[in-house]
Design a protein around this ligand. Sequence first.
Ligand code: ATP
Ligand code: MG
Ligand code: MG
Length: 290
Amino acid sequence: VTSLLTFTRTKQGQYEWIQLVGHPGTFKEGLHDGYILKELSEKERRCCELLQHDILKDFVPKYNGTVKDEEGKHYIEMEDLLSSFHEPCIMDCKIGVRTYLEEDLDKSERDPEPRTDLYEKMIAIDPTAPTEKENEEKQILKPRYMIWRENLSSSEDLGFRIEAIKKSRGLMSKEFQRIKERNEVRKHLTEFIANSIPRATQYLNRLTQLRSTCLRSKFFQTHELIGSSLLFVHDTTRALIWMIDFGKTRLLPSNIHITHSKPWVRGTHEDGYLIGLDNLILLFQEIIND
Ligand code: ATP
Ligand code: MG
Ligand code: MG
């Protein structure tokens, strides 16, 4: 499930949420100014904590521990990356060649749970996608759905896909599921930066800094980053990028070393994170040099 949210401040300085899809109630206003709360996942909390002490710390939201609300629900408190921007434009790019864990595949094979909701999601995007058997049962297995989504979008080929874009003041678009071709992706990136070469250059510099920091990062060397995103945020003066969403980031088994840049073969744990980063870098370079 993808929850696409953005946070904006109203004139009174209060938060306003726009959620297009996904489970409502994942995010809310933080206890401290400039912070937000995200529903606690122990795995994500662990990553946030480790990242505060890693050289990647300037590329992730600041983490402020966990909190419990009146209903007893637990959250992680993290920096609101939008709070220092004025009417920002926002883009969420999901990085990597796959968005499911190998353990999810294993689990589904051991204990298959066909789902009607995934069947319905699939036919909403492409009514011709299900097999005859799936049409009869009106159910689909999660890994089959995830693999289909990867192939439908640019994830498999480019190592990233655009999940959502919100232009300043403008509406949020989420019609990106089927954007697969490199030129099409580039068109959307160009549109997102409103054709501004200085902005493309700011993003490119941030991407190349991120890449070189990843290569030196202990966290990056020892983790498999699945379903994680880069959040692009700009207003008229600044353009920055952060790594977010570590709900499916996992510590690698100690006997496994990954390159982050080789295509995934089951059992290797390769995530394709650098494939995505390199393609984003190339695309911004092309936009600048055109
Ligand atoms: P999914 O796993 O379905 O992608 P999620 O529930 O794990 O969703 P995130 O991907 O972490 O949620 O965040 C969803 C959206 O919320 C992002 O696309 C972004 O717009 C916004 N968001 C997340 N973290 C922050 C942050 N620290 N500051 C500002 N906005 C954020
Ligand atoms: Mg996400
Ligand atoms: Mg997530």
